[in-house]
Ligand binder design. Structure first.
Ligand code: C2E
Ligand code: CA
Ligand code: CA
Length: 717
């Protein structure tokens, strides 16, 4: 029953039952009342049970008297705060002072005045209530104070942390940039200024792009931002540009700063200038990867690059090569001149080889006088890789063979080069490739040195003979080994109306070589340009001779795409015409349809320029190649040549006959001249005779002859 429970409990302590009786009657209507008839019981009750709100305590009692009980109550923490009112007979020899000293709050004298008892009790309970409240208030105040003290302490500490952070920000050796969420710089530290050269007021308000070096592709920055946005962090090396323009490497860590809702509010970048470390690393790299004597790579670098080349080829299905270069009998240089001198020679050799390298090629020194080259440029075929390898091997051998001026004398050296093309098998490795090159090099040494050999000896032969032929062809042009042959063209009445120039090569060892065996080779380089320029000159000379004799016979020259593509082509043709004083209309330039594949505009412009000057243009091997006929209408073309492959079976094969007839129909429609090639037999002649008038060329009328010889036959006719 809450009302009952909420009533304060009063403990009455008295050994006189009548006194107790009065007090109980006086208080019971208002309070819960408990009684004890001696001091010991009172103490036990007060300490153990429900704490009384007030104790009325008789002083004079047998056993423990009231003073002692009060002393003990005040000594016990559990009861210390319970107000005690002494109850005493007026006649008792009491010392009020002693009672108050012991902690009593009041005295009530017997006999009791009930109203007084009630008033006193009520007053003291009220006072005690107020005291309790005060106490609670005090308690709360104390707690609040403690809390305030704590907060203050935290504040003090965080202020000093803030100061510490500021000091760290100001004095750290790393550059720090703080941007807002949009990347606009809001703070930089002094190290930033020291490293980049930009003052804070120059940087703030700008973005970190201020430092951009332009050395990283756009994709690099995209990746950086992706990482930053996804993970909140990015760390790595950046190349940035100082205010003075200098580019420097930095190690950079960028972090996103988020607020309590997880929104990015700032980015903080901390970076250090690592150019010193980089320089050091470069020096270290130099020692790790390079041979200090020659500056060439060492074996470690070589195997690394060779491995990369193997991997590259495996991925792309392409081919590359490596060379192993051994200076023949270099031991003798060592013995004759001493090691330091021999070292200088090696340095010079390395330098010479280096000059021959393309971008991406690697030169290394694997042993005392062993050099090695990786030629990693991917080639579409094994043959192409081999061709480049042999070319390089010969260039290197030439460089080594050049006399080396040395201590006033000349040193003549030769080299053996082992060549390996890679990959050999799909699971080829760098070690395997090197082993093959070594085998090839051993073969060179066994053959007496001073040569270059492939590991794949079969391929070597073919590539080598091509290579040698090309080298010889260069010489052939200078040494007048080429000869102009001509083959006559006749009209439908059998009258000679023209000749086509066809070249022959008088090889000093191999005899006469047909154009199909050297023109394609020459077309791989500008050699063809020299050859055709030579042919043009000879042919114009022939035409001049014909004109001098009053012969109206045209001359035709084959021109390949590579030659036509040259910027000066038109001028050179016109110059030759002028030089020999011939009529431009007497010259026909034969082009194949393949020239129309690339850069049609350029080709068309040149054709118009030539045609504008009167030069005739003929499409050679017509119908063999590209079948877009649209160009026939747009380009200034005068003649079509029907290839001999169509003519060969035209008389007895309906399909080939149909092709020839179609070409003839197209030509008639476009009003073009036609030359039928490969006219070998009377059947061919009869076939053509039954068609519209067509010019003819072929063995039936005459095989190609040396120009001078043909001139003689012409005279005798
Ligand atoms: P082409 O321009 O188609 O030359 C015609 C080829 O057919 C010549 O071969 C000629 O000897 C051959 N021929 C002529 N009449 C007959 C015949 O009745 N029957 C057969 N089966 N063949 C006949 P050649 O002289 O061996 O020339 C081959 C090719 O070499 C030429 O084909 C031409 O494309 C090229 N060529 C020759 N000289 C030059 C040149 O100075 N520059 C360029 N770009 N190519 C040239
Ligand atoms: Ca031709
Ligand atoms: Ca032809």
């Amino acid at each position: 029953m809450p009302t009952v429970l909420s009533r304060p409990l009063i403990l009455l302590v008295d050994d006189t039952p009548s006194n107790l009786q009065v007090l109980v009657e006086a208080l019971q209507p208002y309070y819960e009342v408990a009684v004890a008839t001696d001091g010991a019981t009172a103490l036990k009750f007060a300490a153990a049970g429900e704490r009384p709100a007030l104790i009325l305590l008789d002083i004079m009692m047998p056993g423990l008297d009231g003073y002692e009980v009060c002393r003990r109550l005040k000594a016990d923490a559990r009861t210390r705060d319970v107000p005690v009112i002494f109850v005493t007979a007026r006649a008792d020899p009491i010392s009020e002072e002693k009672g108050f000293e012991l902690g009593a709050v009041d005295y009530i004298t017997k006999p009791f005045n009930v109203a007084t008892v009630r008033a006193r009790v009520r007053t003291h309970l009220t006072i005690q209530g107020l005291l309790d409240e005060l106490e609670a208030l005090n308690q709360r105040l104390t707690e609040r104070l403690a809390e305030l003290t704590r907060t203050h302490e935290q504040l003090r500490r965080s202020r000093s942390r803030e100061e510490l952070c500021t000091r760290a920000f100001e004095s750290t050796a790393d550059g720090i940039v703080v941007t807002d969420a949009d990347g606009v710089i809001v703070a930089v530290n002094p190290a930033f200024t020291r490293i980049t050269g930009y003052r804070a007021d120059e940087a703030i308000g700008s973005t970190p792009r201020l430092l951009k070096s332009g050395r990283h592709p756009q994709a690099f920055y995209r990746e950086l931002w992706r990482c930053l946005i996804e993970t909140g962090h990015w760390a790595g090396e950046l190349l940035n540009r100082r205010k003075n323009g200098e580019i420097f490497p930095e190690l950079n860590t960028i972090s996103a700063v988020r607020d309590e809702r997880g929104q990015v509010t700032h980015y903080v970048a901390v970076f250090s200038d690592i150019s010193m470390i980089k320089n050091f690393q470069e020096r270290l790299d130099l020692l790790t990867w390079y041979d200090p004597l020659t500056g060439a790579g060492n074996r470690l670098l070589f195997m690394d690059r060779l491995g990369q080349a193997v991997a590259l080829c495996a991925r792309g299905g392409t081919f590359a090569s490596m060379l192993l270069v051994d200076i023949d009998r270099f031991r003798l240089v060592n013995e004759a001149r001493g090691l330091p001198a021999a070292d200088r020679v090696l340095g010079r050799i390395a330098e010479r080889i280096r000059q021959q390298l393309r971008d991406g090629d690697t030169l290394a020194r694997l042993g005392a006088d062993d050099f090695a080259l990786v030629l990693p440029d991917p080639c579409p075929t094994r043959e192409a890789a081999a061709r480049y390898a042999i070319e390089m091997a010969e260039r290197v051998r030439d460089e080594i063979a050049r006399a080396i001026g040395f201590d006033g004398a000349e040193l003549h050296l030769t080299a053996s080069v082992g060549i390996a093309v890679l990959p050999d098998a799909h699971d080829d490795t760098a070690e395997e490739v090197l082993r093959r090159a070594e085998t090839a090099r051993h073969r060179c040494v066994a053959a007496g040195g001073n040569c270059a050999l492939f590991f794949e000896s079969a391929m070597g032969k073919q590539v080598r003979s091509c290579f040698e032929l090309e080298q010889e062809l260069h010489r052939a042009v200078n040494d007048d080994q080429l000869e102009l042959y001509v083959q006559p063209q006749v009209d439908d009445a059998g009258q000679i109306c023209g000749v086509e120039a066809l070249l022959r090569w008088h090889h000093p060892q191999r005899g006469v070589i047909e154009p199909l065996n050297f023109i394609p080779l020459a077309e791989q380089s500008d050699l063809i340009v020299r050859i055709e320029a030579w042919a043009l000159d000879r042919l114009c000379a022939l035409q001049a001779e014909l004109q001098a004799r009053g012969q109206r016979i045209g001359v035709a020259l084959n021109v390949c795409a590579r030659h036509l593509r040259r910027a000066q082509f038109v001028e050179e043709v016109l110059a030759a015409i002028a030089r020999h004083g011939i009529s431009a209309a007497a010259l026909t330039v034969e082009l194949t349809e393949s020239v129309l594949v690339h850069d049609v505009d350029d080709v068309a412009a040149k054709m118009r320029a030539l045609s504008g000057c009167g030069v005739r243009l003929s499409i050679d091997d017509f119908g063999v190649g590209y079948s877009s006929l649209g160009y026939l209408r747009r380009l200034p073309i005068h003649e079509l040549k029907i290839d001999r492959c169509f003519m060969a079976h035209a008389p007895d094969n309906a399909d080939d006959a149909a092709i020839v007839d179609t070409i003839l129909a197209v030509a008639r429609q476009l009003q073009l001249d036609v030359v039928a090639e490969g006219v070998e037999s009377p059947a061919h002649v009869a076939f053509l005779d039954s068609r519209h008038p067509v010019r003819r060329q072929g063995y039936y009328y005459g095989a190609p002859l040396p120009a001078a010889e043909w001139l003689k036959t012409l005279q005798s006719q």
